[in-house]
Design a protein around this ligand. Structure first.
Ligand code: FAD
Length: 567
């Protein structure tokens, strides 16, 4: 059942308590409740996703930020940006960030997963062993415009019976999309056409695939927590309830979890304690999970004491390895005939009407149809910052009329996907309702800055191709004229944002290692009955959009947990 408020739920004891109903938590709770004997509680801080138009309509993806469905965090002043503070969205809704994100579906490269296997000593994290989980997660569907998509993707590598709906664009921007592929054919090299960027080699130019199906967003809530699933008698989904701390078991001799209780606060209606007899699973995300652990006494003793918290579990790596992809918009003014729906209220009304009637038209689409993935030149002075030759260093998310600028324009939204900068997540108060301190430390290594420059130069090369003659007119005013390294650095520093891909704050390391937060089976080191299952456990960030990786982490975790408790 789904409970809207803390006191609607009467039961207090469960086999599993899953904290955070985001991308990973929804998967874990859904899969564990397939075992009828397991009593599963899923606690989510945010409200239901049902009927939230800003989440359902793919093209409104940017508009849901800065609403109550977003935690509305900000970063610390960023050094490379001369102290600028960056808004840092995270989903605060059932489905978590999968219900507010931009829906670009990329699995990452085979090198990403093989590096995970290498650095954790667990071959189960390798590309080959994780591949079946991609298929288990995925339900590839046809786009709603009914066109023939032969040649737009590789049907042999997709899943058709899974949970999350994936599709290629639902609505073509004919003049724009065509030129993207003409430019790719003309330029080759980094821009070479790729039939399917989800085949393990994430390089070149191709059609974007999105976590949307039938013209609507497919989040972990719409796919793993359908009404049919939440009707299960053994699955309890508690909304609008924030977990503040884990509590140590009062019975240390018991066979149950060492931290067997969670303290939860409802929206304005008090607090309750819920208990797990088998495991507590933290899935509150790369920001939320460490935040709860700090307030429960996990972390580096001195840091905890400085915040007024009594240290209980020495875990110096917690929050230390925060990794994210910096983001930068490079605009080019264009003469095009395709309408800017978001900038014109009449067009927007018509488009919304069309979407409501048939789930077709521009609003059925995610904000990009085409992506380019490239690498630093092979003679670059820097060592490869990524996991191997199949992984990109930067991405150009190609978009038409992105954002509300009324003048026709095209955008290369750059994401630096192989960052070597490492930030921190910490706390500076003992009040769990205070926001954590988020410092992604963007662009604090020379190679990340070089990747930024290289991406801007490649964005210019792309939109400078002959294919854009008569369409792209000039570079936008913010980046125009920035040619030297120093000028480019000033443009980047003044304008970069986040791609919202925070990860690695509770990284996996080999069993027995004296660093890291969880073992390869995702159990918190040295603690019985506590796992972390979300983006925080990635030892390295995926060199692509991370949601698909989070889904397969959660699918594998659910299998591992089931196996531990049913065999
Ligand atoms: C704006 C935005 C755009 C993005 N675009 C893309 C994209 O296009 N493609 C892609 O692949 N990835 C994208 N991502 C990243 C992707 O969505 C995340 O990597 C993924 O959702 C992380 O999954 P998670 O389970 O770790 O955390 P989340 O999905 O964030 O889930 C965490 C959940 O825990 C809940 N929670 C947190 N703290 C508590 C607490 N104390 N008590 C109870 N509940 C709590 C949160 O409310 C949330 O529901 C984007 C993210 C954002 C925010």
């Amino acid at each position: 059942a789904v409970y809207q408020q803390l006191n609607d739920l009467k039961q207090e004891h469960f086999d599993f308590v899953v904290v955070g109903g985001g991308a990973a938590g929804a998967v874990v709770a859904s899969r564990l409740s397939e075992v009828k004997d397991f009593q599963v509680l899923l606690i989510e801080a945010g409200p239901s996703n049902e009927g939230v138009l800003l989440s359902e309509v793919p093209f409104f993806a940017f508009d849901i930020q800065n609403t109550p469905y977003d935690w509305n965090f900000t970063t610390t002043p960023q050094k490379f940006a001369d102290g600028r503070v960056i808004p840092y969205a995270r989903g605060h809704i059932l489905g978590g960030s999968s219900a507010i994100n931009l829906m670009v579906y990329t699995r990452g490269s085979l090198d990403d997963f093989n590096r995970w296997a290498r650095v954790t000593g667990d071959s189960g994290w390798s590309w080959d062993e994780m591949f079946p989980y991609f298929l288990k997660n995925e339900r590839f569907v046809q786009p709603t415009d009914g066109r023939n998509i032969t040649g737009d993707f590789d049907p042999s590598i997709h899943g058709y019976d899974g949970m999350t709906q994936i599709s290629v664009p639902n609505h073509l921007q004919k003049l724009f999309d065509m030129r993207c592929f003409e430019a790719a054919d003309e330029l080759r090299g980094n821009f070479e056409f790729t039939l399917d960027m989800n085949n393990g080699t994430l390089l070149g130019t191709g059609w974007a695939q999105g976590t949307n199906g039938g013209g609507s967003r497919s989040s972990s809530a719409t796919s793993y927590l359908t009404r049919e699933i939440t009707r299960r008698k053994n699955l309890h989904v508690l909304l609008n309830t924030r977990v503040t701390r884990l509590r140590r078991s009062e019975d240390s001799s018991s066979n149950g979890p060492e931290f067997d209780s969670v303290e939860a606060f409802g929206d304005g209606n008090g607090s309750r304690i819920f208990q797990a007899s088998k495991e507590v699973i933290l899935s509150a995300g790369a920001i939320g999970s460490p935040h709860i652990l700090f307030h429960s006494g996990f972390g580096e003793a001195q840091e905890l004491q400085a915040a007024g918290i009594t240290p209980l579990v020495d875990l110096p790596s917690l929050g230390k390895n925060l990794t994210d992809h910096p983001f930068l918009l490079v605009d080019f003014m264009a003469e095009n005939t395709e309408p800017n729906v978001l900038a014109n209220s009449t067009l927007l009304e018509d488009a919304l009407e069309e979407w409501k009637n048939s789930k077709t038209g521009p609003l059925a689409d995610i904000p990009t149809n085409n992506l380019v993935w490239g690498r630093l030149p092979s003679d670059s002075a820097f060592d490869d910052p990524g996991p191997g030759p199949n992984a990109p260093h930067w991405e150009l998310i190609l978009a038409l009329n992105l954002g509300p600028t009324p003048e026709p324009h095209v955008t290369a939204a750059i994401s630096i996907v192989s960052p070597t900068s490492r930030g921190t997540l910490t706390i500076n108060s003992s009040d769990p309702f205070d926001s954590p301190v988020i410092d992604p430390a963007f662009f604090t290594t020379a190679v990340d800055v070089e990747a930024g420059r290289d991406a801007v130069r490649n964005a210019r090369k792309f939109f400078g191709a002959k294919a854009w003659e008569g369409y792209v007119v000039s570079e936008g005013p913010l980046s125009k004229g920035a040619e030297s390294d120093e000028e480019l650095d000033a443009f980047i520093a003044g304008n970069f944002l986040t791609t919202w891909h925070s990860s690695s704050t509770a990284m996996m390391s080999p069993k027995g290692a004296d660093y890291g937060v969880v073992d390869p089976d995702l159990k918190v080191k040295g603690i019985k009955g506590l796992r972390i299952v979300d983006a925080s456990i990635m030892p390295y960030i995926i060199n692509g959009h991370p949601l698909a990786a989070v889904y397969v982490i959660a699918e594998r975790a659910a299998d591992m947990i089931k196996q531990d408790w049913t065999s």
